[in-house]
Structure formats: structure tokens, C-alpha cells
Ligand binder design. Sequence first.
Ligand code: AQP
Length: 344
Amino acid sequence: MAFKERVFSGVQPTGNLHLGNYLGAISKFVPLQEKYDCIYCVVDMHAITVWQDPAELTKTTREVTAAFIACGLDPDKNIIFNQSQVAEHAELAWVFNCVARIGWLNRMTQFKEKTGKDRENASVGLYVYPSLMAADILLYRATHVPVGEDQKQHVELSRDIAQKFNNDFAPSIQSRGYGDAFFPLPEPLIQGQATRVMSLRDGSKKMSKSDPSDYSRINLTDDADAIAQKIRKAKTDPEPLPGEEKGLEPRPEADNLVGIYAALQGISRAEVLKEFGGAQFSTFKSALVDLAVAKLGPIGAEMKKLVQDPVYIDKVLANGSERAQAIAADTMKAVKDIVGFIRH
Ligand code: AQP
């Protein structure tokens, strides 16, 4: 069966949005709105898989919404909403908890990384996070999922869940006229020069909201001084930049900064090195500061303006939730019929 092409992606309201979230995900959402039906979700239910202060959660939910709009997403063209307003996410996640296998979840590297040696103390929600993510995507029968590299494994698990649901319930799906498959197998869209932006302090660690060092990341709301300071202090090595991409391979910090420059400028790493090959980091970092301030400054300023108007932000979320819920309700009705739940 051919599925209508539709894009879904989510961002957790768990703290300061950073350059990794922007380059790996949100900046990729923007051009997609011209070509697809897009649904962009502030995934507040995912956020509470680790402790969130309630007042802070409300604030960061509005901030992520503001970031979507400030980066160029049109709330009329796209559906923008927060996950917890559409109860079907939790309902479908339960069905998927019963479809997914424990062995599949045990392989999820993000759970292992986030819990480390303290696994016994992690929430059950963090463990089944990928089932909820599959529900987020498949509730809208989305076909494309723009994400950073770190989320690839979870999108692949969503495909496995969709496939197993389609197989397990095949006779019921067919008898209801849905053809061979009720759910599409969603494709991760992982594109560009910065699909995995690394920490500015350690080129082997992902740039992350939860890193205790603010110098490890550039926040979307950082002002020009903060951006400049963080880039100037970013870890590098003593060698000048290489002339070719191959020369970046053993140099993770250099590779990261060149990748960030390339992504912000919309060019390839090779083109960056054509211009800066042989240059010292002091020269390259100055150019990167100028570029980052020029690209991120207006976004940060717009975000700060938008969060001053929570009434507007909440209206966007309410409107988006209503539109999302209409699609989600249809899917959930069909899922209940397919599974054999009685509906009145
Ligand atoms: N460093 C990154 N480089 C590229 N893409 C990234 N993303 C996150 N970090 C990077 C992408 O941003 C989207 C939203 O991420 P999220 O907030 O839902 O979850 P996350 O991946 O857990 O983000 P963080 O910053 O690492 O948060 P914490 O520290 O709370 O775990 C996703 O598409 C993600 O791939």
C-alpha cells in the first residue's frame, strides 16, 4: 500500500536548546514544510522519563515552541503541538509495549548511555521511551522522520514495531480493507554536515542539553559574547587546519568545528577546507564566531521575543493539538478495531 507522505519529528523540552538540536534537527524541519505535511511535536511526555521540575517543564515547553517558530516553522502550515495534549500517544504506546520485545529494547544504546551503572534506579518510562517514540511517529502514519544521528536507532526500532504489528495482525488488517500493512515503515532523514554535533569541550562526546558544562554547547539563546567566548575556548589541537577532509579524520575537535561551519554556511567540509586549509585555529575560530553570531543571533532574539507572549505560544499549541488529535483519533480507532478492542 502506498502511504501519504508525512513528516513527524519531536524535540524534548528538557533544557536549553543547543546548536546540535538546531543543526541536526530543527534547521532540517524548515525546508520540509515546503514539500510535505509536517507535524512537529514538543515531546513533554518523553521529557518526564527523567525528573523535570514542573514550572521549568512548562517554561521549556514554551521555549521549544518558540524555537520552532523562530527558526522558520509556520504554525499554520505545520502542526505544532505538545505531546501530552493528545492522549492517543500514550494509548498507542501501550499497544506498542505489547508488540515490542524486551530484547529489542535491551539493545538501545541511548538507554545504556543515559543510565550508565545506575540502571536499577532509572524510570520504567526511560526504558520504554522508544515504544512511545514509535507511537509518536506511527500515530500519524508518518513516512519520514528528520532527526540527528543519535536517534537513528530509535527510528529503526519504530520500523521494527510497525513491521511486527503489520505481521501479527495481518488477517485483521486485511479484513478491514487496509491492504497488507496498516503502518508505513518510517524512514529516518539524517542529512547534512552536522548530523552529530560534538561537545566543544570533548570531541568524543555529543553536544547535549544535559552536559553540566555550559561551555560544551552553544545555546540558541546565547548572546554574541557568549557564542564568541565558547567558540574561542573550544578544545582544538595545535596543528593548522588540513587542506583536505582526510586530514580531519584523526582530529575530532577540528572535524567538529569544520562541520559546524559547513552546516551553518550550507557548504561542504571540503569547501570549508579549501578556504581555511593551512590556517591557524585563531583565524578559523574568528570566522566561525562571525558566522555563528550572524546565523544564530536573529533566532535567539526572536525566541526571546516570542516567550514574552505565552498566550500566543499556548494558542499555537492548542490549535496544533486539536489538528493533531483529529488525525490521532482516527488512527487509534482503527488500531482498536484491528487489535480486537470493543468500541462504543
Ligand atoms: N549533538 C547533536 N547533534 C545533532 N543532532 C542532535 N540532536 C540532539 N543532540 C544532537 C537532535 O535533536 C533532536 C531533538 O533532541 P531531543 O531533545 O529530543 O533529545 P536528545 O537527543 O536527547 O537531546 P540532548 O540535547 O542530548 O538532550 P539530553 O541531554 O537531555 O539527552 C533529535 O532529532 C536529536 O537527534
